[in-house]
Write a protein that binds this ligand. Structure first.
Ligand SMILES: NC(=O)c1ccc[n+]([C@@H]2O[C@H](COP(=O)([O-])OP(=O)(O)OC[C@H]3O[C@@H](n4cnc5c(N)ncnc54)[C@H](O)[C@@H]3O)[C@@H](O)[C@H]2O)c1
Length: 303
């Protein structure tokens, strides 16, 4: 396939680019190189690099030339930033998705394009036990999650009204190489290596499910090849940990680190979880990287 990855210079996008190249796809990347993106993340790949904004219709149309599949990952992604200013999130995540959908729509010269939209478990909000199923109602609990849910709604409507071939992939928290240190795990790892205290929001009771980014990328390779009727995919690790458990694990693997509790995040969701049984069965996929192995490798890389 000839694949365009938007946001391919970011953390997860750059892992997807590597995976798709390894599977023999022709890959190009459209990325605006915000603070979160860097061409250096694509070092060693042969992906064509297109500097451009997903909100720029002309740039998007040009990037789609010859493309048959778009993996749409370009986004503003840090929840904490969305609490301070939701504007860039609404612009890139919602308007950028609309611009891309319009460009992919049949009648614009690219009738065969399929769009794979990468979304998040955060669209559902919190769940005390079990995990959300694909058709469950969204109750997003922060501005970032609202924009991801809104973009999903646009994707579904473009499929319904304009015949766009679209799939939605919802994913739990990823960790791994090339993640911006503003994100939890990469920040904790960096602090542990530098001998600084590991900061935990509130009492550290928030529960997240942790998937290694290379497992995510392997699953994405399968989503691209998938030929069945499923249109929504849930990618989870079923590796739920409280934030306190995570920092304790990192501290132990690092040979010791102080833990410091800081004010809880506004609107903190208690627990995110996805039911991924259907997706695992359809894709014949399961995560391969164990949490401690993945964290240990990150620590070793920074040392
Ligand atoms: N990180 C996670 O744990 C996680 C979990 C579930 C879903 N997701 C989703 O996966 C996708 C990738 O997440 P990530 O953590 O790799 O993000 P990231 O912040 O590391 O990378 C985002 C990329 O998008 C680019 N970008 C931002 N605005 C752009 C614009 N207007 N035009 C073009 N490019 C732009 C950035 O330069 C960067 O390269 C996002 O859509 C995110 O919502 C992430």
């Amino acid at each position: 396939m000839n694949v365009l990855v938007t946001g391919g210079a970011g953390f997860m996008g750059s892992a997807v680019v590597r995976q798709l190249e390894a599977e023999g796809h022709e890959v190009s990347v459209l990325d605006a190189l915000t603070y979160a993106g860097s061409w250096a993340h694509l070092d060693g790949t042969g992906a064509a690099r297109i500097l451009g904004d997903v909100c720029d219709a002309a740039a998007v149309r040009a990037a789609l030339s010859g493309v048959d599949t778009v993996v749409h990952m370009a986004a503003e992604t840090h929840v904490e930033r969305s609490l301070h200013d939701a504007g860039p999130f609404i612009r890139t995540n919602v308007e950028g998705t609309r611009v891309l959908l319009e460009a992919c729509r049949a009648g614009h010269g690219h009738p065969l394009i399929q769009m794979i939209y990468v979304s998040t478990d955060e669209v559902f909000g919190s769940v005390a036990v079990g995990g959300f199923r694909e058709e469950d109602t969204h109750v997003p609990g922060n501005p970032y999650a609202v924009t991801k849910s809104s973009a999903e709604a646009l994707v579904r409507v473009w499929a319904r009204c304009f015949g766009l071939r679209a799939r939605i992939v919802r994913c739990v928290n990823n960790y791994g190489p090339r993640q911006h240190p503003e994100k939890a795990v990469s920040g904790w790892i960096q602090r542990a290596v530098q001998g600084e205290p590991l900061l935990v929001h509130g009492a550290g009771e928030a529960v997240r499910d942790w998937l290694h980014v290379e497992d995510f990328a392997r699953a994405m390779g399968r989503v691209l090849r998938f030929e069945g009727p499923r249109s929504v995919f849930h990618l989870a690790a079923q590796c739920h940990r409280t934030n306190l458990e995570m920092v304790q694990t990192i501290a132990r693997l690092a040979g010791g680190a102080d833990i410091q509790f800081v004010a809880d995040r506004t609107g903190q969701d208690a627990r995110y979880a996805l039911d991924d049984a259907g997706t695992r069965a359809d894709l014949h996929w399961a995560p391969e990287v164990q949490l401690e192995q993945g964290l240990g490798e990150l620590l070793a890389e920074l040392r």
